[in-house]
Design a protein around this ligand. Structure first.
Ligand SMILES: [Zn+2]
Length: 224
């Protein structure tokens, strides 16, 4: 992947998949469909709730949270009033749940947020919260199956809240053979160029500590 692809600014590495409707790195389409087929055989209608996401979408999410347009919660799930926070604190609060534009693994097309469509009650709105994937939640059985079987297909969970600074995300899976190359190639310098050129709120605070943010949220990941 080139710098534009690594930071989600272009989508030349992406293939649009019609069924199930998603957008993946071209080399991840077959591995994902193999994983889906195996899941289907066990009764799970495995689909990505989210797959490829581009830089401008991530930038919109970031700016809406930074400005307080979009609600934010802390690690305990309590609402945060951003008007009480300085710029550096807002950056910290956003990074708990959302990636820095240019630094999302979803830019690579190698990472997917997975749910079981069979487990959806009519009208149910998926929120991607840990409770949905814990015992008693609608996706608990899927989470257990993925934990045991995803590695056979090359997929792993990069966000377990151990080494990665990202909160544990039991729904987020990554295709290691392609994603690991991207992780190595997305250096602080590549990320710096993408952010410096973008209308990002809190840009000064982000660029000031970009090396630390890169180390914590891009370089550090969890392994099975
Ligand atoms: Zn995700």
């Amino acid at each position: 992947m080139n710098d534009g692809e690594l930071t989600g600014q272009i989508r030349t590495h992406i293939t649009d998949v019609p069924d199930p409707d998603c957008a993946l790195h071209t080399d991840v389409v077959s591995p994902f469909l193999n994983l889906r087929r195996a899941a289907l055989a066990e009764g799970f209608d495995l689909i990505p709730q989210s797959s490829f996401r581009d830089f401008s979408r991530q930038l919109m999410i970031w700016n809406q949270k930074f400005s307080g347009e979009k609600p934010m919660v802390d690690a305990a799930g309590r609402r945060i009033d951003v008007s009480e926070l300085g710029a550096a604190e807002r950056v910290e609060a956003i990074l708990l749940w959302s990636a820095l534009p240019g630094a999302s693994r979803h830019h690579w097309g190698t990472d997917v947020d997975l749910i079981d469509r069979h487990a959806l009650a009519p009208g149910y709105r998926v929120q991607l919260t840990p409770g949905e994937f814990a015992p008693g939640g609608p996706f608990a059985a899927l989470a257990e199956w993925l934990e045991a079987n995803a590695p056979r297909f090359g997929f792993f969970r990069p966000f377990r809240g151990v080494l990665s600074g990202v909160q544990p995300e039991p729904w987020h899976f990554s295709f290691a053979p392609v994603a690991e190359n991207a992780r190595r190639n997305l250096t602080p310098a590549v990320l710096h160029r993408a952010i410096a050129a973008a209308p990002l709120l809190g840009k000064v605070e982000v660029l000031e500590r970009l090396d630390a943010l890169h180390a914590r949220y891009v370089a550090a990941i969890d392994w099975p």
